[in-house]
Design a protein around this ligand. Structure first.
Ligand SMILES: Cc1cc2nc3c(=O)[nH]c(=O)nc-3n(C[C@H](O)[C@H](O)[C@H](O)COP(=O)(O)OP(=O)(O)OC[C@H]3O[C@@H](n4cnc5c(N)ncnc54)[C@H](O)[C@@H]3O)c2cc1C
Ligand code: SF4
Ligand code: SF4
Length: 584
């Protein structure tokens, strides 16, 4: 007798558990777990597995998160402070309530890393690597070569290493104690620094013959003059030279009124430095705020500190005034059609006006110095010609960073140095592979790729990924692939800037987040494209087809029971499951 009757008829009722119904034979599509690429990972020029370290933090595995970060980035305490964080511009959480403050989490982890004692890397390879230039590009190449078991010597023209991190970026954005400790750790790893030695001048390139490979990361330090009448006036200075003087401890007299010409990071740093030396400062830029290349936060900080921004004005000449004051003649601009940079070009209007000021700082960009390169290294359009892995036409020389025409940021230089480290390792590994060591076979570059933009994973090059369970699918996770209904709103934490508009000292302005705030930010991460074990697929599957697993993924699908309804893929908050046609 059936337990259920309707209008006098027995209803069919299953007397077994759901497991008695093998619904798997009905389906024509089935779910597949895979790791897609989180958009933050793809956008980070350093090539950091951001999603993975945020997930480790979510699981309270802080030291492992630090380790994972250090696999790709030699100087996270620095990038966490000065990187313009394109990772956040790409973050899917923007769709809900603001990007995860990745830079601040990176800074917290970087500061944690600074407290570590570092053991020297064992030298396991016989080839010697020379690096010329100790900016982020050279440091990254040296660091990754060192960790791959090579002896590395870095030659630096300045008295201390760091490149623009030391020469250009002011103390109030990057404290010297942080920079010095970061460099000390690189020394502790066993990297040798030879400072005060300009290769091509103090030491001929031919004297580097004992090195099997030489990486050139000499940056772009040549000021570009404007070519205007009166530019040689003593009150007209190059901004970078001014910053170098102040960063080295000098405190030049800037007078009462300063005008900075330019709209990039150098311009913002000049303006904020001159303000700290007591001047009223105006930044004059020939386009509008939208086209300014400076980091957005730096522009906001400059304005908060009382710096005036004047747009659509360009200098056309300098005139002498009394008692060292200089007259600067400006012409008003309007925006025309986009130029080669993709930005709308400034077009002169003919309308002119003058300002009398005590100091003009020129911050209109720097060029690479290419005169003293080894003769075999080729130059193309003002930069060293190097391929994606930093190789030049002369196999012994590699290059990256500002001198090789990469985007002018520390993160891009770090990424270029890392790619060159892989580029240098490739042929050497191939040689060793022929000595019948299968793990030495070079990986295909596609397998190292963090998305279509071309950043590479050193972890995957080394074949020792501690978190990724399988090779990820090379597909970046768009917001449409996420199920945002499963996430609670949680406001983004803002960096602490307690000094407000004071701008009177060179103390660090941005104090970042507290550790707990940074951990809370990590927990705001969606873990785009990667299963983090939330179990929603398991809960939603009505056919009990999903089980916990210990293998490649955290869950496995019993295809005997899955009827291909797709509810798991639909409900997965992070796009870690997709539906595939049977038989494909
Ligand atoms: C004022 C200023 C502020 C900036 N702010 C930021 C910022 O906030 N965030 C950001 O991401 N980027 C910033 N940048 C850009 C960033 O600093 C550079 O893109 C980055 O440092 C480039 O790294 P690099 O290794 O290619 O060259 P560099 O950092 O320029 O280092 C090159 C090094 O090579 C040395 N060298 C040159 N020739 C020789 C030689 N022949 N022999 C030996 N050594 C040599 C130089 O002395 C230098 O130390 C800023 C730049 C400036 C100028
Ligand atoms: S280096 Fe820059 S882009 Fe990369 S994760 Fe850090 S802040 Fe983001
Ligand atoms: S939510 Fe997390 S994984 Fe997704 S883009 Fe943002 S930081 Fe990356």
């Amino acid at each position: 007798m059936s337990e259920l009757r309707l209008e006098g008829k027995d209803l069919p009722v299953s007397r077994t558990t759901t497991l008695g119904n093998r619904t798997g034979s009905w389906k024509y599509i089935r779910p597949v777990y895979h790791d897609r690429v989180a958009p933050c990972n793809q956008k980070c020029p350093v090539g950091i597995d951001i999603e993975a370290y945020l997930n480790l933090l979510r699981e309270d595995r802080l030291e492992e998160a630090v380790d994972l970060l250090l696999r790709e980035n030699p100087i996270p305490a620095i990038t966490g402070r000065v990187c313009d964080h394109p990772c956040e511009t790409a973050c899917n959480r923007r769709e809900l309530d603001g990007a995860v403050a990745i830079h601040a989490v990176e800074r917290m982890l970087g500061d944690q890393a600074l407290t570590r004692r570092v053991a020297a890397s064992p030298v396991t390879q016989r080839e010697q690597i020379g690096v010329v230039g100790s900016g982020p590009a050279g440091l990254a190449c040296a660091y990754h070569r060192n960790r791959l078991g090579y002896a590395v010597t870095v030659f630096e023209a300045a008295d201390e290493p760091g490149g623009m991190l030391r020469l250009g970026i002011p103390e109030f954005r990057l404290p010297r104690a942080v920079l010095d400790r970061q460099l000390e750790q690189l020394r502790e790893l066993g990297i040798k620094f030879v400072c005060g030695t300009r290769i091509g001048k103090d030491l001929d390139w031919s004297l580097l013959a004992s090195f099997d490979v030489v990486f050139i990361g000499t940056g772009a330090h040549l000021a570009r003059p404007l070519g205007l009448a009166g530019e040689d006036h003593p009150a007209v200075r190059q901004g970078l030279e001014f910053l170098q003087e102040v960063n080295a401890g000098g405190r030049p007299d800037v007078g009462r009124k300063v005008i900075v010409i330019g709209g990039g990071n150098t311009a913002m740093d000049c303006a904020r430095t001159a303000r700290r030396l007591g001047a009223e400062v105006t930044v004059a830029y020939r386009r509008t705020r939208e086209e300014m290349p400076a980091i957005r936060e730096e522009i906001a900080d400059a304005e908060r500190e009382g710096i005036t921004l004047e747009f659509l004005v360009a200098p056309v000449g300098f005139g002498d005034d009394s008692e060292g004051v200089v007259d600067i003649v400006f012409e008003r601009m309007v925006l025309g059609e986009p130029d080669a940079s993709g930005r709308r070009a400034p077009v002169p209007t003919g309308a002119r006006f003058e300002h009398a000021v005590d100091l003009v700082l020129l911050a209109t960009g720097e060029s690479a110095s290419l005169e003293a390169l080894p003769p075999s290294v080729q130059v193309y359009r003002g930069s060293i010609a190097a391929d994606r892995l930093g190789a030049t036409a002369e196999g012994r020389y590699f290059s990256g960073g500002d001198v090789a025409g990469h985007d002018r940021t520390g993160a891009h230089a770090l990424g270029a140095g890392k790619r060159a480290a892989i580029g240098i390792d490739r042929p050497l590994r191939a040689q060793r592979a022929s000595a019948a060591s299968p793990e030495a076979v070079p990986a295909e570059l596609a397998a190292l790729s963090l998305g279509p933009q071309g950043n590479l994973s050193m972890t995957r090059w080394r074949h020792d990924d501690p978190v990724r369970r399988v090779a990820p699918v090379d597909e970046v996770v768009s917001p449409e692939l996420l199920n945002l209904t499963h996430f609670e709103p949680a406001e983004r934490h803002a960096d602490h800037k307690p000094n407000g508009a004071a701008a009177t000292t060179f103390a660090e302005v941005n104090l970042g987040l507290t550790r707990n705030e940074a951990l809370a930010e990590a927990k705001r991460c969606f873990n785009c494209g990667v299963c983090n074990g939330c179990e929603l697929c398991l809960i939603y599957c009505a056919d009990v087809a999903i089980r916990r697993a210990t293998g490649a993924y955290r869950f496995e699908i019993d295809l005997e029971y899955c009827k291909g309804c797709g509810v798991c893929a639909e409900e997965c908050p992070r796009g870690a499951i997709s539906m595939t046609r049977e038989g494909l």
